[in-house]
Design a protein around this ligand. Sequence first.
Ligand code: 2BA
Length: 107
Amino acid sequence: MKLIMAVVDDNDSIRVVEELTKKNIGVTRLASTGGFLKRGNTTLLIGLEEDKLKEVLDLLERICKPRKHVVTIFPGVPGETFAPYPVEVTVGGAIVFVLNVERFEKI
Ligand code: 2BA
C-alpha cells in the first residue's frame, strides 16, 4: 500500500476529491499553508493500493494546473532600508510525495 501526500491549490482540490470519491478511492483533505507565500493551500492524504498509483498521479496531473502569484519581497537586514519589490512565482500544479505504508488498520 502507498500513501500519496499532495499539496494542491484549494480550488483544484475540490475536483480531485470529487473524482477520487467517484472512483471509490479514500481521500482526506487538510487545510495547509505554504511556507513561502504564507497563503492557504490543501494537502490531500490518499491511501491506495499500488496498482492505482499511476491512475491517481495522472488524475492529479490532469486537474492541478500551475498558477502564477506575485509576492512582495522585503529585502535587507534590520536597521537598513531597501525598497520592497514584486516577484512572480509559479505554484504547483501539485507537489506530490509517495510514501510506502508499513501497515494499514481500520479499527
Ligand atoms: P509555498 O511554500 O507557499 O511556495 C509557493 C511557491 O513559491 C512554490 O511553488 C515555488 O514556486 C515558490 N517558492 C517556494 N520557496 C521559494 C524560495 N525559497 N524562493 C523562491 N521561490 C520559492 P511550489 O514549489 O509548486 O510549491 C507549492 C506549495 O507546495 C508550497 O507553497 C508548499 O506549501 C508545498 N511544498 C513545496 N515543496 C515542498 C516540500 N519540499 N515539502 C513540503 N511542502 C512543499
